[in-house]
Write a new protein. Structure first.
Length: 202
């Protein structure tokens, strides 16, 4: 079990408990449950997208700790396009094997469309609409989107059947037929919020 924290700076005591998996963060008077099962997260710096662990492609930029995350901590980053073009995204070169799942929490800002991708061509991919809370299209995976309130969604490209060498988060102006990586664009200045990327074996 994780550590207890005590904070009395802003009134009533707040006691936090962190335990994973499954992961829980409990605050007196509120309850947040990630509902995470399965194997451990294979990604490091899962909410620190400004870290060099995450490569930035085609002008992808990060403002760290921009807004409150789903668990109410100020740890969600803003991902935005610093240069107009195709293939604007964050990625980690990592093996994504058949049967594994990819997920991330996302919230729309001036961009409301994004994709999770495990290969720059073909592979497994899924495109999501954060304004509608829906899956637009997918291939070689089971794509799902879960509403966590306040505009936050957990998007998942689950149980991939096509192996890849990347965990890619791509922002999109519009949806693309097929894998969007090579042709999908993201207008300069537009962005969305991200938190807690995960790669695991269910």
């Amino acid at each position: 079990m994780g550590t207890f924290t005590l904070d009395q700076a802003f009134g009533p005591y707040k006691v936090g408990i962190w335990d994973e998996p499954p992961a829980y963060r409990t605050i007196i008077g509120d309850f947040f449950n990630l509902n995470e099962t399965g194997g451990p997260n294979q990604l490091s710096f899962d909410s620190e997208f400004d870290n060099a662990y995450w490569s930035k492609n085609a002008g992808a930029s990060i403002t760290a700790n921009a807004i409150a995350a789903p668990d109410q901590t100020l740890t969600a980053d803003r991902f935005y396009s610093g240069g107009a073009g195709t293939s604007v995204g964050l990625y980690r070169a990592i093996s994504v094997d058949a049967g594994e799942s990819m997920s991330i929490f996302a919230k729309a800002d001036t961009c409301s469309k994004l994709a999770l991708i495990d290969a720059v061509a073909a592979g497994a991919w899924a495109q999501f609409d954060l304004s509608l809370g829906s899956v637009n299209s997918s291939s070689n995976c089971t794509a799902t989107i879960e509403d966590f309130g306040n505009g936050w969604y957990r998007i998942t490209a689950g149980v991939v059947s096509a192996t890849g060498g990347f965990f890619i988060i791509q922002g999109l102006d519009s949806f693309i037929a097929g894998n969007p990586w090579s042709t999908g664009t993201m207008t300069i200045g537009t962005g969305l919020y991200l938190w807690h990327a995960r790669l695991w074996l269910p």
